[in-house]
Design a protein around this ligand. Structure first.
Ligand code: F6P
Length: 351
C-alpha cells in the first residue's frame, strides 16, 4: 500500500513520534509512506516527500513536525481547492491518508471521507486535550509539564517579592491545561473557559490567604477564560481559515484587577508557544507511538472514516464524526478537584 501522512493545525510535541511509528510500521508491512507537507496545504498544492525509515532516525525526541504544518482549510475555497486536492491524491497513487490533527484538521478529514469517499484515518493531536472520545491527546502531557516547571520557577521570585503571579496558559475552548497544571502546582486559583470568571470570589480567596499568612499567590488563567460581561479577551480579531480569532490577554487583565482589589503587587507571565515547543515528554512519546501504530493497523483493516482513540488505556477505532461532534470540556470531577483547592484549607492554611 501507499499511504499519505500529514500533520495539520498547531504544532504539538509528539508529532514526530507519530510520524516515526507510521513510517516504520508501514515499512515493516512492505508499504510506503508519502509525507504531505504543511498540512492540507500540501495536498492541495502537491507538496510531498517520500518518507523512509532512515528519515525517522532520532525524530522521536524532537518537538514540532518534520512535515511542517498549517491551518489550511481546503473547504474555505472549496470550488478551487477540493478538486486540486482530490487530483493530487489520485496522482500520488495513495490508498489511504493518515491525518494527524485537532478538531479542525480532523473535520476536514471527515468531510473528505463522507462527501468524497476518500479513505481517511485520523489521529488526535492537540496540547489543549479538548477532543471528544479519547482519554488524552498526545502533546497535553508535555504542555502541563512545561507549565508546571515554569510555575515552580516563578514561585521563587513571586514568594521573594511577596507578589501575586498570574500565569496565562493556552486552552482556547477548554481549560484542561490550566486545571491539571493548577492542581500540579497547588495554585491559589484557576480560571478556565468552563466557569465564568468570578472576580469577587477570586479577590476574596486571595485576601483570605494573605490574612492566613500566605504572603504570595499563584493564579493560573486559561487564555479562553471568560468575563461574564465581555467574554474571552481577543488578541487578534482576524479569524483563521477555520474561523478562530486569536485569544490572549486575560492574564494581564486579571492581574490588573487583583493588584487594585487585593492591594498587592501583581505580575503576569504569558507562557504562550513555550507550551507547544521543545521535546515531548516520555508519556507523549509513548502515546504518540501507540496512536501511530494503531492508525496503521486501522488502515490495514480498512477502517476508514475513523480515528485512533485512547479509551481505558487501549487504542481503539472511533468514527471521526464522534470525535469532531463538539469540544471536550473539563469535566465536573476535575473542576471539583481544582475548585476544592480554592478554599482556605490546604496549602494556604499551612503557611
Ligand atoms: O489549538 C491549540 C492552540 O495551542 C490553542 O490553545 C491556541 O489558542 C492556538 O493553538 C494558537 O494557535 P496559533 O498557532 O494559530 O497562534
Amino acid at each position: 500500500m501507499r499511504i499519505g501522512l500529514l500533520t495539520g493545525g498547531g504544532d504539538c510535541p509528539g508529532l514526530n513520534a507519530v510520524i516515526r511509528a507510521v513510517v516504520q510500521r508501514l515499512a515493516n508491512a512492505g508499504s510506503s509512506c508519502v509525507g504531505i507537507m504543511e498540512g492540507w496545504r500540501g495536498l492541495t498544492q502537491g507538496m510531498t516527500r517520500e518518507l523512509a525509515v532512515s528519515d525517522t532516525d532520532g525524530i522521536i525526541a524532537r518537538g514540532g513536525t518534520i512535515l511542517g504544518t498549517s491551518r489550511t482549510n481546503p473547504f474555505k475555497n472549496a470550488d478551487v481547492d477540493i478538486p486540486k486536492l482530490r487530483a493530487n491524491f489520485k496522482d500520488l497513487g495513495l490508498h489511504g491518508l493518515v491525518a494527524i490533527g485537532g478538531d479542525d484538521s480532523l473535520r476536514v478529514a471527515h468531510r473528505l471521507f463522507q462527501e468524497f469517499q476518500m479513505p481517511m484515518v485520523g489521529i488526535p493531536k492537540t496540547i489543549d486535550n479538548d477532543l471528544m472520545v479519547t482519554d488524552f491527546t498526545f502533546g497535553f502531557d508535555t504542555a502541563i509539564n512545561v507549565v508546571t516547571e515554569a510555575v515552580d520557577r516563578l514561585r521563587t521570585t513571586t514568594e521573594s517579592h511577596r507578589r501575586i503571579m498570574v500565569v496565562e496558559t493556552m486552552g482556547r475552548h477548554a481549560g484542561w491545561i490550566a486545571c491539571f497544571a493548577g492542581v500540579a502546582v497547588a495554585a491559589d486559583y484557576v480560571l478556565i473557559p468552563e466557569v465564568p470568571i468570578d472576580i469577587p470570589h477570586l479577590v476574596d480567596v486571595l485576601k483570605r490567604r494573605r490574612a492566613a499568612g500566605k504572603n504570595y499567590g499563584i493564579v493560573i488563567a486559561s487564555e479562553g477564560a471568560q468575563f461574564p460581561d465581555r467574554g474571552a479577551i481577543v488578541q487578534d480579531p482576524e479569524a483563521d481559515p477555520f474561523g478562530h480569532v486569536r485569544l490572549g490577554g486575560v492574564g494581564n487583565a486579571v492581574a490588573k484587577i487583583i493588584e487594585e482589589q487585593v492591594g498587592c503587587e501583581t505580575r503576569c507571565v504569558v507562557l504562550g508557544y513555550l507550551q507547544r515547543g521543545g521535546p515531548p515528554s516520555a508519556f507523549d512519546r509513548v502515546l504518540a507511538t501507540r496512536y501511530g501504530l494503531g492508525a496503521i493497523d486501522m488502515v490495514h483493516r480498512g477502517e476508514f472514516g475513523c480515528m485512533a482513540a485512547l479509551r481505558s488505556n487501549k487504542i481503539v477505532s472511533i468514527p471521526l464524526l464522534e470525535a469532531i461532534s463538539k469540544n471536550r470540556v473539563v469535566d465536573d470531577e476535575m473542576i471539583q478537584i481544582a475548585g476544592g483547592l480554592f478554599e482556605e484549607i490546604g496549602e494556604a492554611a499551612t503557611k
